[in-house]
Design a protein around this ligand. Structure first.
Ligand code: 13P
Ligand code: ZN
Length: 241
């Protein structure tokens, strides 16, 4: 993909998330590995802010570039002005810190630990997946409040049973992670542990995290899973179990 196509796709998905009601205020975030899409001019850009140390060094990400939603920024604003509501970061040569290099000194999302931990695994394993997405899909979060869907097996089976697309496009199911503090290393560790064997991870009572070849692909996975969750919620509201 070209860099401009990637940024336009991020803007498109951000607009959809807002319209779906999955991105209240600054809710949700996205991070895309753009290392293969940038030119030498961008590579030579000086940092716009002091380097920030990573809690856990990520050696496989050395010298890699990522477009990240800015922390506190709104998806509905990113949809219109992606470079005013997100920034590009570069991982330092020692893999232990990052710098914001463009276009404005906007600090990346507070969920960077989860996003970068997963990108580290994707690069390490030679995956073709370049995008990670976290959003707050209403019905999946609603189901995570019900004890009967607190386990990966129960929730995945329930979602597969709703429509054929879910088993077809999400054959590995959704991993359920018990509530963990937003932005924490605990959340990042749990997400990494579950995403390697599932299509997405449900952050109980918070939101969902997915990966994709690009940001549209990452969105589609959550969209299909939440469609199943919507149907399940409708059945429950109609008084059926
Ligand atoms: P950020 O604004 O830092 O991206 O946080 C939003 C969010 O959804 C945290 O889980
Ligand atoms: Zn969130």
């Amino acid at each position: 993909m070209l860099f401009t196509d990637t940024i336009n796709a991020c803007a498109e998905v951000a607009g959809i998330l807002w319209q779906k009601g999955w991105a209240e205020r600054n809710g949700g975030n996205l991070v895309v590995n753009i290392t293969d899409e940038i030119d030498d001019t961008m590579r030579r850009l000086p940092p716009l802010a002091p380097a920030v140390r990573l809690a856990v060094p990520l050696p496989a990400l050395t010298g890699r570039y990522f477009y990240c939603k800015g922390t506190g920024c709104r998806m509905r604003d990113l949809a219109r002005k992606p470079m005013d509501n997100g920034s590009i970061i570069r991982i330092a040569p020692d893999g232990a810190s990052y710098e914001v290099i463009a276009c404005k000194p906007i600090m990346p999302t507070s969920e960077l630990p989860s996003h970068l931990a997963v990108h580290h695994k994707l690069v390490e394993t030679g995956s073709d997946k370049k995008a990670t997405l976290h959003t707050h899909p209403t019905e999946l979060v609603a189901l995570s409040h019900l004890p009967q869907y607190a386990s990966t097996d129960e929730l995945s089976r329930c979602l597969w049973d709703m429509i054929p697309e879910t088993r077809l496009f999400c054959p590995k199911g959704i991993g359920v992670l018990p509530y963990a503090e937003p932005g924490s290393e605990e959340l990042a560790e749990g997400t990494l542990r579950l995403i390697v064997s599932h299509d997405a991870v449900l952050w109980a009572k918070h939101g969902v995290f997915s990966i994709g070849t690009d940001i549209i692909d990452a969105f589609d996975t959550i969209d299909i899973l939440n469609k199943s969750a919507q149907i399940r919620c409708s059945i429950l509201v109609a008084g059926n179990q």
